[in-house]
Design a protein around this ligand. Structure first.
Ligand code: BJW
Length: 259
């Protein structure tokens, strides 16, 4: 396999006490899950994902926002983890102390075998009512049509309030335990891999900066430039499904004593 890492970086990862694999929507792009920057398709093409992911949008039109999340939930159910998710899980198994921290609300890291990924922005699979009661997601999602439009959200069986997606929208606080774990991991790691994130949504985008300030080596994997380029020690230009397996193979070779 073609080498992608500069000299010494595979050794640094292989011998790290702690590695943080920090991911964004780009890692799921090659599984067919659209990123936030991608234009939406079909019935959703006249909407902007960033504008739908707000409490104000849900308040103004709950059926519109709930329908969009149902459509996305069905799309994720049909998607499979790609080689990038698989390599992230393999790296976690290879280098003890590796933590996966994701901004994604899909479950592709878990399905690829990553252990206890930290979800900073919640999950498509944990809806709750607006008063905070958990709600059992309906089964039979595979039957959701591809052209699903607005759908009125269900009502909470405990209190009758509207059910909303269990995700973090703009202006909402990140789950405290997840964010604390992520900051702790970023400030104590030796290496942070920032994969497939535009690095513009805060406070998650602070994590690579926290790692840099703490003396970690920060490696970015992204086909495009991002605002994080300047603080990264290594910028690997390309897709996660192509570059992460190559990165993993180099680290594995080091741990096997091959270099
Ligand atoms: C590939 C690829 C391939 C493509 N391989 N790569 C400081 C400064 C300025 C503003 C703020 C600030 N602090 C807070 C704010 C406000 C705001 C914010 O950040 N605004 C900015 C947009 C300006 N932040 C918030 O509101 C946060 N809350 C908060 O701060 O609360 C304060 C508070 C405290 C106490 C009480 C109350 C409040 C919350 C942010 C929540 C973000 N939520 C979303 C939606 C989640 C649910 C859902 O999925 O629907 O999270 S928005 C969206 O952005 C989603 C993502 O997780 C997140 C990040 O996006 P990501 O993952 O980077 O995706 P993209 O699409 O942007 O980029 C994809 C990248 O992949 C690109 O770079 C491609 O090139 C690359 N790519 N193919 C590798 N194959």
């Amino acid at each position: 396999m073609q080498r992608v890492l500069p000299d010494g970086v595979a050794e640094r990862i292989a011998t790290a006490g702690r590695v943080v694999v920090f991911t964004g929507a780009g890692i799921s792009a090659e599984s067919g899950v659209p990123t936030f920057r991608d234009a939406l398709t079909g019935l959703w093409s006249r909407f902007d994902a960033y504008e739908l992911a707000t409490p104000e949008a849900f308040e103004a039109d709950p059926a519109l926002v709930w329908g969009w999340y149902e459509w996305r939930r069905a799309a994720v159910r049909k998607a499979e983890p790609n080689a990038g998710h698989v390599a992230a899980a393999a790296l976690q198994a290879l280098v003890p102390g590796t933590v996966v921290v994701t901004q994604n609300v899909d479950d592709l890291h878990e399905r690829a075998g990553s252990k206890d990924p930290v979800h900073l922005h919640g999950s498509l699979f944990a809806p709750r009512c607006v008063a905070g009661h958990p709600f059992d997601a309906p089964s039979g999602d595979d039957d959701v049509p591809d052209d699903l439009g607005p759908v009125p959200p269900p009502r909470c069986t405990a209190c009758g309030a509207l059910v909303r997606p269990g995700v973090v929208w703009f202006g909402e606080a990140l789950p405290r335990a997840a964010f604390t774990a992520a900051v702790e991991a970023a400030s104590s790691c030796d290496v942070l891999l920032s994969i497939g994130t535009s690095g513009v949504v805060y406070p998650a985008a602070e994590l690579p900066v926290v790692a840099t300030r703490s003396g970690a080596t920060v490696i970015q994997v992204n086909p495009d430039e991002t605002p994080l380029d300047d603080i990264c020690d290594v910028n690997l230009r390309g897709t996660a499904a192509r570059l992460l397996p190559a990165l993993y193979a180099e680290v594995k070779e080091v741990t096997a004593g091959g270099r």
